[in-house]
Design a protein around this ligand. Structure first.
Ligand SMILES: Cc1ncc(COP(=O)(O)O)c(C=O)c1O
Length: 374
């Protein structure tokens, strides 16, 4: 009998320590989620959502925005988000993954070259697969390399694509330099603000908040620091929103998100802009952990995402399991989320972590680093 090829594929993953299993989350201190401001369980947002549901009985959007799913509430909410972020217009997508597919996919064409940071997220990479055009990879955050590639490119249209706060490394893209290069070479700059939204920039509105360049398109997810689900794209050029409405396949060929999700994003943005304490607390926790990490000689990214790179997948799994047994929930991140041989623990901080929890994590890491087999 033919070996079941699906089973074979699973066996291969297992042999390389790359097999993933869905495990129930919880039972310890959360150092793994992207709930950086703990808004996923914020009581004020919850109250507002309950009221919203009572006043708005429509649960589902019932169709794509082009067919039956549009409403004044969508348009008005997008205008509200645009005003909050100080941009020309915004467009909501079902998720960050869909927004990245839609934006990147629609910007392609036979005369287009994408310049992508080598550490970009899978959703951006899948966008390139969908887009027509050429793809060039520049070394991580290396502006000299990017400029050399831009200079050498004969293509009519250039699109630079990067994350603003890198999801697996916790470091930031040099946005001022990127904007300068985009201007100089007439390129569009696509900035994935998934992890910076709520955690960086003035009022937590992302790194792009201080930049007004028309060439910049930023993508903000609502499932991470905003504690909900979905994403919005910020357009700074007058016709960009209309372009996406007409060209982004993951906007056109899918049901619009339920109104409740849009309301959640609005309430979450309200919460972070009217209560700066969330962002202040997060940055206080980042500084506190920085001092603790320095004490044990561990590098610190300076953001809410702290990678502890350990190399092999096996070692990352053993360390994560050891932390879990001590009540600390930290995920081992393995290939293909990160390159082979660069497996790591990905520790995320939140505004709610206590001094004691940060101390417990630091001790456990110090001990784990020493104890775990190499
Ligand atoms: C950098 C980055 N971009 C985009 C996404 C996708 O966002 P979403 O979870 O809203 O689909 C993620 C999620 O993991 C991410 O880390």
């Amino acid at each position: 009998m033919e070996t079941d090829r699906y089973q074979q594929s699973l066996n291969e993953l297992s042999q390389r320590e790359h097999l993933r299993r869905l495990e129930p989350f919880g039972g310890g201190v959360d150092f793994a989620s992207n709930d950086y401001l703990r808004l996923s369980c914020n009581p004020t947002i919850r109250e507002k959502l309950l009221e919203f549901l009572i006043e708005n009985p429509q649960l589902g959007a019932t169709g794509s925005r082009h067919i039956s799913g549009n409403s004044e509430f969508f348009d008005e909410s997008e205008a509200f988000i645009a005003k909050t972020l100080g941009v020309h217009s915004t467009l909501f997508f079902g998720s960050g993954y869909l927004a990245n597919l839609g934006v990147i996919g629609s910007l392609g064409g036979p005369d287009t070259t994408f310049f992508s940071d080598e550490r970009n997220h899978a959703s951006l990479i899948d966008g390139f697969r969908l887009a027509k055009g050429h793809l060039t990879i520049f070394s991580h955050n290396d502006m000299e390399h990017l400029e050399a590639l831009l200079k050498g490119s004969q293509c009519k249209h250039r699109v630079i694509v990067t994350e603003s706060l890198f999801s697996m490394d916790g470091d930031q893209a040099p946005l001022a330099d990127l904007c300068g290069l985009a201007r100089e070479y007439g390129a569009t700059l696509v900035l994935d603000e998934a992890h910076a939204t709520g955690t960086l920039g003035s009022q937590g509105l992302g790194l792009s908040h201080e930049y007004s360049s028309e060439h910049l398109i930023s993508i903000h997810t609502c499932g991470k620091a905003l504690g909900g689900y979905g994403a919005f794209v910020c357009c700074r050029r007058s016709h960009m929103r209309e372009f996406l409405i007409n060209r982004a396949r993951s906007f056109i060929f899918t049901t619009a998100p339920p109104p409740l999700l849009i309301a959640q994003a609005r309430f979450a943005l309200d919460e972070i802009t009217s209560n700066p304490i969330h962002l202040r607390n997060l940055h206080d926790r980042i500084e506190r952990s920085q001092r603790l990490f320095e004490g044990i000689g561990l590098p610190h990214s300076g953001s809410a995402i702290l990678p502890v790179i350990v190399g092999s997948s096996k070692r990352a799994l053993v360390l994560a399991e050891s932390l879990r047994s001590q009540g600390l929930l930290v995920k081992a991140i393995r290939y293909p989320s990160v390159p082979e041989g660069a497996a790591r623990l990905r520790i995320t901080l939140s505004s709610a972590h206590t001094d004691e929890e940060l101390q417990a994590l630091t001790w456990a890491l110090e001990k784990g680093q020493l104890d775990a087999p190499r």
